[in-house]
Design a protein around this ligand. Structure first.
Ligand SMILES: Nc1ncnc2c1ncn2[C@@H]1O[C@H](COP(=O)(O)OP(=O)(O)OP(=O)(O)O)[C@@H](O)[C@H]1O
Length: 293
């Protein structure tokens, strides 16, 4: 699949969503939705993440790339409250959110996708969606007198879940166990579930891994649609065609640090990135099958 095929008309030349951004590590953005400073995390003697400054432009698709072990997933975990930093701070929509837990970060509007764990694969697709629903009033304020409120909320959540399943073409699977879905369908379900809280930013960790080519197209379409609706997408991915095709901006991480940032054209020709990542990527790519699980 070529970059152009992936690209389609989604990243047309007409819109430069990154206008004014300079292609260099830590570059300032016109209207950043996420700003991180001095974010650090070590495991024993290993520095996994050491990001001096990072801004993510609102309403864009930003890719976070880098070699295996560069710290991409760890950075995701830190920013979304699923791991604790050793130092640093970051703000989302202008509000400091470091120290907040995962569900609080999600409530603030920043969600990330998670692989469906074994336990969740034994639940139906619809129940998986309902787990992603915002503020379970019934659970928080248990009491018989609140049952009507609970019931109403459940109805709203169910309607929303069904709408999203329709959008992600999983509606016919709603009563199936999530474990019966193909790898690609699970990725769609993860994305749909993340949208239950109406986030303004969605973070996807390797959304294309293990997905067959037909569903890759569908996932790409959903990602660009989210951006076109005004949401911000930050994603980790290894497939260079996908990255170059849909990203408005690319951030390159190596050994925990941002070593480069820029538009796809900047990154493709950046010698430091070629040395640290792209040179080895082709070789790695040969080993990475893309069949559905
Ligand atoms: N919980 C942990 N305990 C110890 N070391 C960890 C832990 N989590 C991550 N690491 C280490 O931190 C480094 C960064 O890992 P991370 O998974 O963030 O990299 P990555 O860029 O996401 O890699 P990949 O592309 O392979 O998923 C690696 O050396 C990894 O072994």
């Amino acid at each position: 699949m070529s970059s152009d095929e992936v690209n389609g008309s989604a990243v047309g030349a007409a819109v430069d969503r990154m206008a004014g951004a300079v292609p260099e590590p830590g570059s300032a953005k016109r209207d950043p939705i996420l700003v991180a400073d001095g974010v650090k995390r070590s495991f024993g003697g290993l520095t996994a993440v050491d990001v001096e400054h990072l801004e993510v432009q609102r309403g864009t698709i930003t890719a976070l790339i880098g070699p295996n072990g560069a710290g991409k997933s760890t950075l995701f975990n830190l920013l979304t409250g699923f791991d604790r930093v050793d130092g640093g701070e970051w703000s989302f929509e202008g509000r400091g959110i470091n120290g907040r837990r995962g569900h609080q970060v999600a409530r603030a509007g920043m969600v990330r996708t998670f692989q469906l764990t074994k336990a969740l694969t034994r639940m139906t697709v619809l129940d998986n969606m309902l787990l992603g629903a915002p503020g379970q009033t019934g659970e928080r304020m248990a009491g018989a007198f609140l049952r009507p409120v609970w019931g109403r909320q459940e109805k709203v959540n169910t309607e929303k879940a069904l709408e999203l399943l329709e959008r992600f073409k999983l509606i016919d699977k709603r009563r199936d166990m999530a474990g019966a879905l193909s790898g690609g369908q699970r990725k769609l379900l993860e994305m749909a579930r993340a949208l239950m809280t109406d986030p303004s930013m969605i973070m996807l960790d390797e959304p294309m891994a293990g997905v067959n080519p037909a569903l890759v197209q569908s996932l790409l379409h959903h990602i660009t649609s989210l951006r076109d609706e005004g949401k911000t997408v930050l994603f980790v991915e290894h497939d260079m065609d996908v990255i170059m095709g849909i990203s408005d901006w690319i951030v390159v991480l190596a050994q925990g640090q941002v070593i480069a940032e820029g538009r796809p054209s900047d990154i493709r020709s950046n010698q430091q990135v070629i040395d640290a990542y792209l040179g080895a990527q082709d070789v790695e790519g040969e080993d990475q099958g893309s069949g559905d699980e």
